[in-house]
Design a protein around this ligand. Sequence first.
Ligand code: CMC
Length: 376
Amino acid sequence: MTDDDDNGLEGVVAAHTVLSEVDGAAGRLVLRGHALDDIAGRWRYEEVLALLWQDFFAQLPAAPELALALGHARTDVAALLRADDRATLSALTPLEAMRALLARVPDGDDLPTALRLVAAPVVFTAAVLRWKAGEPALAPEPEASHAADFLRMVSGRPATSAQAAALDAYLVTVADHGLNASTFAARVVASTGAGLASAVLAGLSALKGPLHGGAPGPVLDMLDAIGHADAAAGWLEAALDRGERLMGFGHRIYRVRDPRADALKKALRGLAQAGGVEAGRVALAEAVERAALASLQARKPGRVLETNVEFYTALLLEAVGLPREAFTAVFAAGRVGGWVAHAREQVQRGRLIRPQSVYVGPAPAAATRMAEPAAV
Ligand code: CMC
């Protein structure tokens, strides 16, 4: 290996997992034996937790009991908020505030710890968004579904069933996705025996950079800049002429379609049919999507560049009332279930992760070596 080979471990297999398969050639995502196409929009997030976490915790309850235990975990986590947090944390981004708050969850490897870690992103993100809006944080309601309770804690109003279903579809869609950067970070930390809270904090920190968790906000910026369907083709062509990449299109692994984009497009259409999306927004998005795919096809005829997960993520999260500054934190609310599962799998089946590096720095020069101390 030379220093030219620092290719981000592309092609390196660093784990065998039962949790998810990202099949780029077939355009398919499998979560523990279930195609995403079959479960997104049908399963609640709590059911996916029960699926991913089986065999990783003693006496894991069935999904309905797990959902209630998660509701109580939201209450536990809300008790970690302190009176002065509003003053000290509301100036931070939602992700940075959540990182500070998540560090308060005590480490452990048991189911109660895992549930608190899944509860934490929704409770903390909702609290920070309320503080930023000049409102007090709202207490969780343990009997509500995770998705519905999150939306109520953010807006102060009960979520409609269509909004809760759309957010559930999102959380299920992003729950796990092979050995992406944040999941790998979580597995590395778990492999040292550090505990679930430390592993999840590592995963969360890996989301902060723009290369992993950050594209949906720019998708909305692009739609705002285009403004009207008639302007889409001209705006996109000009962006491509400037050498820019179109946000929400293309993928490193998926070569025929990104199944997550299709799942979220379906969920958004369901929400629109229930009257839950601003009139004209879906039509604008679909016009931009058509124009973008046509421009990309014309410019890269030999390359399949399809709509990716981020395009419809942006529209769906906006439609359920979440602000774009919180999108990465909401991504964490879904992916945390996968981080926990991978951390448990790593501890149960894997070894300490410890790759090697090749030293390419200067050799010690003889002239600068310390003189041997004189014998006394
Ligand atoms: N807009 C314009 N051109 C593009 C785009 C795009 N969105 N995506 C790829 N291309 C071009 C690229 O410039 C390259 O051209 P050339 O050969 O002349 O250099 C060619 O298409 C092939 O690119 P690639 O090898 O398929 O792309 P990659 O693997 O280097 O990058 C990507 C993948 C997702 C970073 C890229 O498609 C991109 O920057 N997309 C826009 C940002 C975005 O939507 N990111 C979210 C990705 S999904 C999140 C996840 O799953 O983690």
